[in-house]
Design a protein around this ligand. Sequence first.
Ligand code: E4P
Length: 216
Amino acid sequence: MRFFVDTANIDDIKRAFDLGIITGVTTNPVLIRREGTQDIRTRIEKIRACIGDGEILTQVVARDTDEILRQAKLISTWDPNITIKVPLTLGGIPAIAELSKMNIRTCATVVFDAAQTLAAAAAGATYVAAFLNRTNALGIDGFKMMEDIIDAFKKQGTKTQVVAASVENAHDVLRSVKLGADVVTAPYSVYEALIRNTASYATVEEFLTGWSCKEI
Ligand code: E4P
């Protein structure tokens, strides 16, 4: 089980890594644009500067195979620990297959159906990113979708790892881990909520009330 932070915001990335439990960063074009930029390379460099040797997953901004491949090859030269997010589409799958042959790590992203991931696994994707809440929003159970992926991969001994993405709250994280996701990616606020519990804080206050000795 690994936790990644899903953002391109440097303050949130720093806060997340300061928790000591986060080992990677996932971004996508919307998250990068939200920071007022479309300069992916500079954003990756800024992220790298504050996460040590952690993993970065960043997405290509293309639809057809040739352009996805061109961008993925280029991006892979920018950073020593980068995984290229490639959309799980008819344009994306051949690119993933080609990138796998070149030992470039990929994450087949925007997954809404377990069956899609069979193609990603066959193409040699390092990860598939199951979009839990975006699938729920379509009236389809996103967690059942991810459970089906995990079951199928387990039965086949598939090396491709499953990322729980489009995660909205702490209980989504727990559910994802219980189902066997290899990685959960979520915004910083979700990790903060996962740790912060009112009863824990109240109990700390109860234990410390009246404690006056400053040294131990
Ligand atoms: C995953 O890598 C994506 O960046 C992300 O989880 C998308 O989720 P959203 O539904 O919050 O946009």
